[in-house]
Write a protein that binds this ligand. Structure first.
Ligand code: PMP
Length: 294
């Protein structure tokens, strides 16, 4: 992730990652009481580096912090400018960006005055390959929204994702699909899902999932391309009977599935509308800003 030269942004200062300090007494470490984002920057076709959906990601970071009652004092402008400068100082264009908001040592959880923030970056090449994933239904369900703020990207929630991912890999699969507390399809460990049936796309409705920014982008692309898309409650049987399926997320981008619980999909990935969405997404993230000549 980093070397001796890597720079991160810590509470307003540019600091070497190898010299940055965090307090072991911070209760963010003890309880997972922190919120974070996963963002990407891409080198666009115009040659410049662009953070994809920067405002949306920093809006979600603020909403995540508020959802768990952490003070959040930064404007998007401050954080986006800081992120561009961190990218520049590390000579990165295609990168993964990880802001984390965490607690000082003396956070009381009752009346919190201040949070800390760090923005870390590391190189990440765009993928968009032909690789397809073998997916299994996890024995772990997503956290019950009555026990967690499920729409907050809170650090502690991710132990659930780690357990599901470990189980899938131990069983020889690439990744897991988790159901919600009622047994309906929810999402992957770090991505939302869509399935395709008769040229139409379906994705779990919001409520029991993290409302992904990539999911929203896929819905936008469907609208633009005239592909029908529906948000609804989905059963595992519907996914098993699908023509195709994919995960979508900032890190995962759009990645197709080869099989689900060892059942191969009915259509060749290359002949699906899902594949068209994958191509449209790859074009969208690397699109240059439109410059209007005066
Ligand atoms: N669900 C979960 C649990 C995630 O961690 C992520 C990644 N942030 C997503 C969905 C996809 O969200 P996004 O498209 O905003 O990256």
């Amino acid at each position: 992730y980093y070397n001796n030269e890597t720079i991160l942004w810590l509470n307003g200062e540019f600091v070497k990652a190898s010299e940055a300090k965090m307090d072991f007494y911070s209760q963010s470490l003890h309880y997972g009481y922190a919120v974070f984002e996963g963002i990407r920057s891409y080198k666009t076709t115009g040659g410049e580096t662009k953070i994809f959906k920067a405002e949306e990601h920093f809006d979600r970071l603020r909403n995540s912090a508020r959802a768990i009652n952490m003070p959040y004092t930064w404007s998007n402008e401050t954080l986006i400018n800081a992120t561009y400068e961190v990218l520049q100082r590390n000579n990165l264009d295609n990168a993964y960006i990880r802001p984390v908001v965490y607690a000082p040592v003396n956070m009381s959880f009752v009346k919190n005055d201040v949070s800390y923030i760090v923005i870390e970056v590391w190189e990440m090449a765009p993928f968009f390959g032909e690789k397809l994933l073998r997916i299994m239904t996890s024995s772990f369900q997503r956290p019950n929204p009555k026990a967690f703020k499920i729409t907050a990207k809170a650090s502690g929630h991710y132990v659930n994702s780690i357990l599901a991912s470990q189980e899938a890999k131990a069983n020889g699969y690439d990744e897991a699909l988790l159901t919600d507390m009622n047994g309906y399809v929810a999402e992957g460990v770090g991505a939302n899902m869509f399935y395709e049936k008769d040229g139409k796309l379906f994705t779990p409705a919001t409520g029991n999932i993290l409302p992904g920014i990539t999911r929203a982008t896929v819905l936008e692309l469907c609208h633009e391309l005239g592909i029908e898309a529906e948000e609804k409650q989905i059963t595992l049987a519907e996914v098993k009977d699908a023509d195709a399926a994919f995960f979508c997320g900032t890190a995962a981008e759009v990645i197709g599935w080869e099989s689900f619980d060892d059942i191969p999909f009915k259509k060749n990935w290359k002949e699906t509308v899902s594949r068209k969405i994958q191509q449209a997404y790859s074009a969208r993230v690397t699109e240059a800003d439109i410059v209007v000549e005066a």
